[in-house]
Design a protein around this ligand. Structure first.
Ligand SMILES: *[C@@H]1O[C@H](CO)[C@@H](O)[C@H](O)[C@H]1NC(C)=O
Ligand SMILES: *[C@@H]1O[C@H](CO)[C@@H](O)[C@H](O)[C@H]1NC(C)=O
Length: 292
């Protein structure tokens, strides 16, 4: 009887630390880090964080643990197979709610050079553990600018926030991209009249900005770190050409005297992004001065 109980407890324990994802998360989201995510409360799953390591592909995850500090631990439903050994990938996140239908989150895991520096925690099958303390404490975790943004599909227009204070105005801008200089005198970008949208006037200078075909994007959130403001903007347009356009752009902004320096990155901000250096995923850098 005693033995039987122990076995029963052993079998039952893993399910007691499962998650309860909010019902309101059910459905599809825009994710600045990986385009599309789908949450299902009935299966406690997330679909859309995709990695490939050699021939193993991971796309589906089950939430296996959480705590009241907004940590969630996801375990991949597919194994990673590396040189004949199987691993289980874990992804721990800490999220912060911005509005009813938008969040930002950090992935608390080390980078994996074998999968394009994606952050997740691979564990050998003999040491799998669904505990938060085993998979949420990376050695080299994300820096402040490495946040990702989630916006619930269907609620895009309700998640606009004020653009950061230095951008609240009307500016002319010069765009620099590997020795090519565009726009300048007569160009116009403005956060007016509502302070929640940036509008690049393509009639004045047609060079594509912030990966937007219309030049109008919504401010979603801003985080200040190391004297730089990292602002995520959302593109409400339908995007089919994902090479030239994107749903999200991160702007690293710094103010020097009367000038604003900005670098962009497609999707989420890039690790170590600074305002004056073009990123690998960016279109270049901008210098803004107050429009006169
Ligand atoms: C939640 O888990 C994280 C990671 O293990 C830990 O740092 C934090 O203190 C936990 N919060 C609570 C309320 O237990
Ligand atoms: C802080 O910003 C400066 C200049 O923008 C950059 O050179 C430096 O690497 C940054 N430091 C950190 C810790 O990100």
């Amino acid at each position: 009887m005693f033995k039987f109980l122990i076995i029963l407890v052993y079998l039952v324990v893993p399910t007691t630390c499962a998650c309860t994802l909010p019902v309101s998360w059910d459905g599809q989201w825009w994710d600045s880090g990986s385009w599309d995510l789908t949450f299902s409360h009935s299966t406690q799953t997330l679909t859309g964080w995709r990695f490939q390591v050699y021939s193993s592909v991971i796309t589906d995850w089950t939430c296996v643990n959480q705590n009241s500090s907004n940590y969630l631990l996801f375990r991949a439903n597919q194994y990673l197979s590396v040189f004949g050994a199987d691993y289980v990938a874990y992804r721990c996140v800490r999220y912060v709610q911005l509005t009813e239908n938008s969040y930002y989150y950090y992935i608390l895991a080390d980078e994996n050079w074998g999968s394009n520096y994606a952050r997740y925690h691979p564990r050998a099958l003999v040491v799998v553990s669904d505990s938060l303390s085993d998979s949420c404490q990376p050695t080299n975790g994300p820096s402040a600018e490495e946040y990702n943004v989630l916006i619930k599909k269907g609620y895009e227009s309700s998640v606009k926030q004020w653009c950061p204070i230095p951008l609240l105005g009307t500016f002319s801008y010069t765009h620099y991209n590997e020795g090519v200089t565009r726009c300048g005198a007569g160009s116009v970008v403005s956060a007016c009249p509502d302070w929640t949208e940036l509008r690049f006037k393509y009639s004045q200078c047609p060079t594509t900005q912030v990966f937007s075909a219309s030049g109008i994007v919504q401010c979603v959130t801003s985080i200040e770190y190391n004297s730089t403001i990292y602002t995520t903007v959302f593109n409400p347009d339908t995007v089919t050409d994902t090479t030239n356009y994107d749903k999200f752009t991160c702007l690293a902004i710094s103010k020097v005297g009367k000038m604003l320096y900005i670098s962009d990155a497609k999707g989420s901000c890039v690790k170590g992004q600074t305002a004056t250096v073009k990123t690998n995923t960016g279109s270049g850098t901008l210098v803004l001065s107050t429009y006169s």
